[in-house]
Design a protein around this ligand. Structure first.
Ligand code: PLP
Length: 370
């Protein structure tokens, strides 16, 4: 039984280097503190159409964009509801891709998995081989772009290119913890559904999920006998077409923050954000190799989350605790009971820079005596 722990409001501010939520700019936080307005007012149409169209511009996509009040997991579920009648092939290589398989199973779908050990990446040639040798017509294949539990960046672009040879099989990509910090050309690689949560590399407060939907995915849902109501692509997109608003009451303050932050993201640009994140990732990897090792398969390291193998057997939990207490910076242990002490993770995404990551690695060196 969980007992109440009164929230006191008396907490030190910590700089976040976890794989989300991430640091949010002051002016983005301030943007939320506005008197409320109604979600059927013209002002809402201005706000929602601005954030949707700005997101399309930032991502450089001609596909449709939905911004929904939910966390990213909502689209893990609704993508399956909307697109999969019977069979789905889920590629798994860590906790979040395994969650995708679990979600599809809970929805009663026939789920086949292409499984990799944690730390390994999904290979396009294996996806092709699986599809070639299988008698099953898969409605969709899913892949996580950035497996936040292991720090692996899967080659979703090349997997999308493989799926171009299977036009009836739609491609669903979980880009939570990657999008906005790692460039992806959604349209060029035939990604039908790609979703993220805004509290990751978009560097916004949590509360919204973003989904980019192809015409094929939209049409598939229309032809389907059943689909998600709340996370239905058709309902959101048709409502947008008719009214420029959301089908139900959204988290308006978070949308105000989104508007502000997406303008910053447009100023920086998708490619430039990608470059800044690559620099942070390269710096972190070099530091990790100097002092420890990297957990992911070489060549597939994430650009936004480094998962570092604890080769020195430091006390990860205690190091995190001390860095937090003495430096007010928080990074993450490894994921779950398997990787908890075997690895630790640094989120280098959103507003961070090489300099801010360096302040964390200096603190870890100090505390762990490296
Ligand atoms: C790769 C990945 N997918 C899905 C999720 C779930 O996102 P949310 O907590 O926003 O539902 C996460 C969260 O960390 C993630 O890293």
């Amino acid at each position: 039984m969980t007992e109440k722990r009164e929230y006191t409001g008396d907490y030190a501010d910590k700089t976040l280097y976890i794989p989300g939520p991430t640091e949010v700019r002051e002016d983005v936080i301030e943007a939320m503190a506005k008197p409320m307005f109604g979600h059927r007012m013209d002002r809402m149409t201005d706000l929602y159409t601005t954030i949707v169209e700005d997101t399309k511009t930032f991502l450089g996509t001609d596909n449709d964009v939905i911004v929904l009040t939910a966390s990213g997991t909502e689209f893990m579920e609704s993508a399956i509801c909307n697109l999969v009648d019977e069979n789905v092939l889920v590629t798994t290589c860590g906790s979040f891709s395994e969650r995708q398989a679990n979600v599809a199973e809970r929805l009663g779908k026939d789920v086949d998995t292409l499984e990799y050990e944690w730390g390994q990446a999904v290979k396009p040639e294996d996806v092709r081989a699986t599809l070639e040798k299988s008698d099953t017509d898969y409605d969709a294949v899913t892949c996580v772009m950035n497996e936040s539990s292991t720090g692996v960046r899967n080659p979703v672009e090349e997997i999308g290119d493989v799926l171009a040879d299977y036009p009836d099989t739609l491609f669903v990509v979980d880009a939570v913890s990657a999008l906005g910090g790692d460039f992806v050309d959604i349209d060029d690689h035939g990604i039908d559904v790609l979703f993220t949560s805004v509290q990751k590399a978009f560097a916004m407060p949590p509360g919204l999920a973003v989904c980019v939907v192809s015409d094929d995915a939209y049409e598939r849902e229309i032809a389907a006998e059943s689909a998600s109501w709340y996370g239905g692509f058709q309902r959101s997109l048709d409502y947008y077409d008719r009214k420029g608003q959301t089908h139900s009451t959204p988290a308006i303050p978070v949308m105000l923050a989104y508007r502000k932050q997406m303008k910053h993201m447009l100023d920086e640009g998708h490619h430039e954000r990608d470059r800044r994140h690559r620099e942070m990732a390269e710096y972190t990897r070099e530091w990790a190799r100097d002092h420890f090792d990297l957990f992911p398969e070489e060549g597939y390291e994430s650009q936004t989350v480094s998962c570092i193998e604890n080769t020195r057997d430091i006390d990860v939990a205690e190091t995190i605790e001390t860095v937090s207490a003495e430096y007010d910076m928080v990074f993450s242990n490894g994921y779950g009971s398997t990787l908890g002490e075997r690895t630790f993770r640094i989120g280098h995404m959103g507003e961070h820079t090489v300099e801010s990551i360096e302040t964390l690695t200096d603190a870890i060196e100090d505390v762990a005596g490296l």
